[in-house]
Each structure stands twice: as C-alpha cells, then as structure tokens.
Design a protein around this ligand. Structure first.
Ligand SMILES: Cc1cc2nc3c(=O)[nH]c(=O)nc-3n(C[C@H](O)[C@H](O)[C@H](O)COP(=O)(O)O)c2cc1C
Length: 153
C-alpha cells in the first residue's frame, strides 16, 4: 500500500505527527512532501493546463515529483494546520495547480480508486472548514472518496 502525505506546512509539529501516525498504521511505504519547502509556487492563471496541457504550466517540472507520487499512491493524505479557520496558503496554492483535473475538464482515471484523508489541527477551532478546504478540492479535482473527517461539530 503506497501512501503519500502532502503537508501544508514545512515544520514538524502537531499536524505532521498526526498525519505520520496515521500513515504508519496503514503502511511503511510512505512518501511525503512539505509545503512550501518542496513546492511553493502560486498558480499564475495562464490557463494553459486547461486549454493546452498541464505540461505547459510554468511549474510543471517543479510539481511533477508530487504529481507522480500522488498518481502512484493508493492513499493520499492532505494535512494542514488551521490558519485563520482555513488551510495554509501553501496548501491552497498547491491544490490550485490541479484545477485542470476537475471532472468537467480532464479527470485523471488513476484517481478513481484512491482513498483520500484530510487532517487538520487547531488550537481551538476551524478544523471543519480547513478539512473542507482540502476535501472540496481533492474531491473535485482528484475525485477520490474520504474515510475520515477530523472535527465532529
Ligand atoms: C497564522 C496562524 C493562524 C492560526 N489560526 C488558528 C485558528 O483560526 N484557529 C485555531 O484554533 N488555531 C489557529 N492557529 C493555531 C494552530 O492551528 C495550531 O496551533 C496547530 O495545531 C498548529 O499545528 P502545527 O503544530 O502542525 O504547526 C493558528 C496558528 C497560526 C500560526
């Protein structure tokens, strides 16, 4: 079972450890990436990924190791600390780069059988909206199902 963790932060705090604990329970085959350390670009809005090919994205080469790891994985874990009730800017900027994979544009067939998990931690509140930030994007662009949502209220 291949796991990929995309960390919405570059440090190893609460969110990192929780994501890792889950991944380790599933498999020892874990790849992980830290944002913005491993990918920190903003979408420039050129729309070439929609109209031509994602290979024309100015960040295609930088993003490729992360895209390849997600395409190869059975489980994708997106993890982010809550920053002002939402996912980190680095996570949002990362996910924006997969807008071209929306079902109405060019869905990636390999995504249909994957499992997705969204994890967030907060000092008090905002996990639900933060998980939704990631889940909405992952659902729409990656079309994968979810096993877990972190906040019950
Ligand atoms: C810029 C910033 C914004 C934050 N906003 C919130 C917030 O809206 N709600 C909350 O409960 N905690 C907030 N926190 C606290 C963190 O979400 C919380 O401490 C989290 O567990 C940190 O995870 P980490 O150890 O992985 O960095 C914020 C922290 C930072 C640095």
């Amino acid at each position: 079972m291949k796991i990929v963790i995309i960390h919405g932060q570059s440090h190893k705090g609460s969110t990192y450890h929780i994501a890792h604990m889950l991944a380790e329970k599933i498999s020892s085959d874990i790849k992980e990436f830290f944002l913005p350390k491993d990918f920190g670009e903003f979408c420039v809005g050129c729309t070439k990924c929609f109209t031509e090919s994602e290979t024309k994205c100015p960040h295609y080469e930088k993003l490729k190791p992360l895209t390849d790891a997600m395409d190869e994985a059975n489980v994708i874990i997106l993890a982010s600390p809550v920053y002002v009730f939402h996912a980190t800017g680095a996570m949002k900027a990362f996910l924006d780069h997969y807008g071209y994979r929306w079902m109405v544009h060019s869905p990636e067939e390999s995504m249909f059988k994957k499992q997705g998990v969204c994890i967030s931690t907060a000092a008090g509140a905002g996990m639900k909206s933060t998980n939704k930030d990631m889940m909405d994007r992952e659902k729409e662009t990656l079309e994968i199902e979810f096993e877990f949502e972190g906040e019950s209220t």
